[in-house]
Design a protein around this ligand. Structure first.
Ligand code: OFO
Length: 168
């Protein structure tokens, strides 16, 4: 059994992951509307992965014989300016998720809940990968994205992403 405090923070994290899924899905729609179908596919796949992140937490809470509380999701908010700015907003969003995961790690440590502390390690590594992936896309867009032909190639590259169920 996990403490009330840990149960609450894990439920909040489920909401953050599902919000992330919603955010990426609405970014996917934005990219499709401006003709960047590869970007749109990339964001759609990211949205699926965020649902997986939420579901791993969901299963964990149940496995610890505790309660899942699903609450309302916020409307996804981002500025539909241009691809670089949208990816910068993604980067900032992922950094806020990283600090939320850091808080779960710190809280489980101070609560002497070593199982949760161990469980959350996977998310810490996942955040390193996600921040790095997004930051590489930003660098590429900054280097070449002003040119339409380069943007087309980046769009093709992002469109080749395949969905992989996270190995937990
Ligand atoms: Fe985008 O990350 Fe989930 O945890």
């Amino acid at each position: 059994m996990i403490s009330e405090k840990i149960k609450n923070v894990l439920n909040e994290q489920i909401n953050k992951e599902f919000y992330s899924a919603y955010l990426y899905l609405s970014m996917s729609a934005y990219f499709a509307q401006i003709g960047l179908y590869g970007f749109s596919e990339w964001a759609k796949i990211q949205s699926k992965e965020e649902i997986d992140h939420g579901m791993i937490l969901f299963e964990y809470i149940l496995n610890r014989n505790s309660q899942v509380h699903l609450v309302q999701l916020e409307t996804p908010k981002f500025e539909m300016t241009n691809p670089i700015s949208v990816f910068e907003q993604i980067y900032n969003h992922e950094r806020s998720i990283t600090s939320a995961i850091d808080s779960v790690a710190n809280m489980s440590e101070s609560d002497c809940d070593l199982a949760t502390r161990n469980f959350i390690d996977w998310y810490l590594s996942e955040q390193i990968e996600e921040e790095a992936m997004v930051s590489r896309i930003i660098s590429k867009l900054k280097a070449f994205g002003e040119e339409k032909s380069a943007l087309y190639l980046i769009d093709r590259e992002l469109g080749s992403r395949e969905y992989e169920r996270p190995e937990y």
